[in-house]
Write a protein that binds this ligand. Structure first.
Ligand SMILES: [Zn+2]
Ligand SMILES: [Zn+2]
Length: 261
């Protein structure tokens, strides 16, 4: 039963895939969001970063709205209104889960406290602006409540490591009211934790529909601009019904109304 939840904590220093939200919601299957399957495994590995330093057990997990949505949609216990109610509570924030530990010479791990991480952590947006995590008073009570209910799951599953995993919330919008990052739009950002930079390039490929190679119709990563086999530019979108090609600027097939690949 246990490995169904895919909590893979690699021996030693690497933390791999952590299916916490899925575990909570009792979910194992892929979901359909906007009529497209999201590979939650791929999404999780794309949103987690680990320290490359062998003496550190450090991880940043950015949990975008798309992940919450996919997890909630997979839960048989939640209807559309309830899902929307959850998402509404999370939407004003960028949600980060972080862990920062250092291995001692005898293998003991000392973890940094939430307060210490909170005081130095920053998000750096594509323009180089720095943002600090919000203090509890600046986070909605419903949001705090929701996340504090999730927190014990980390400890239950991962022991001391899980106890030292905490949520850090940032405002999703900057002072001009613009979103700081968008998982589906071109851009980049990074999270700074104890002078280590964890970087992301956007969009996340697990959220972008695959494109087809114009030569042999091979399914390619939706964020790619060229086919790696043929070197040709992937300039056309394709109707999944009759395989007719359309310019990249089209979103939907004018004949069938379906989303173009
Ligand atoms: Zn090709
Ligand atoms: Zn069509």
């Amino acid at each position: 039963m246990k490995d169904k939840f895919n909590i893979v904590v690699k021996t030693g220093k690497q933390i791999a895939v952590l299916f916490v939200a899925i575990f909570i919601l009792g979910v194992t299957e892929n979901s359909y969001a906007q009529d497209r399957k999201i590979d939650t495994n791929a999404l999780i590995s794309e949103t987690q970063r680990q320290s490359k330093d062998a003496d550190k057990i450090s991880m940043i997990w950015w949990i975008p709205e798309e992940f919450w949505r996919a997890s909630f949609e997979q839960s048989q216990n939640l209807n559309a209104d309830q899902i929307e109610a959850f998402l509404k509570v999370l939407r004003p924030y960028i949600v980060i889960v972080a862990l920062d530990g250092e291995m001692g010479s005898l293998g003991g791990i000392s973890y940094k406290s939430k307060e210490s991480i909170q005081s130095t952590m920053k998000i750096v947006d594509s323009e180089g602006n720095h943002y600090s995590p919000l203090s509890n008073e600046n986070i909605d009570a419903d949001t705090n409540n929701f996340l504090s209910q999730m927190k014990p799951v980390f400890s239950n599953m991962l022991g001391a490591m899980g106890e030292n995993m905490n949520f850090y919330l940032f405002s999703a919008k900057n002072q001009k009211g613009k979103s700081i990052l968008d998982a589906k739009e071109e851009g980049k950002f990074s999270v700074l934790m104890d002078k280590v930079e964890y970087k992301w390039k956007l969009p996340l490929s697990s959220l972008i529909p695959p494109k087809l190679c114009p030569i042999d119709d091979e399914k390619l990563n939706g964020t790619w601009k060229f086919c790696p086999t043929h070197g040709v530019e992937i300039t056309k979108k394709i109707c999944p019904v009759d395989k007719k090609r359309y310019a990249n600027t089209w979103k939907f097939c004018p004949t069938h109304g379906v989303e173009l690949n």
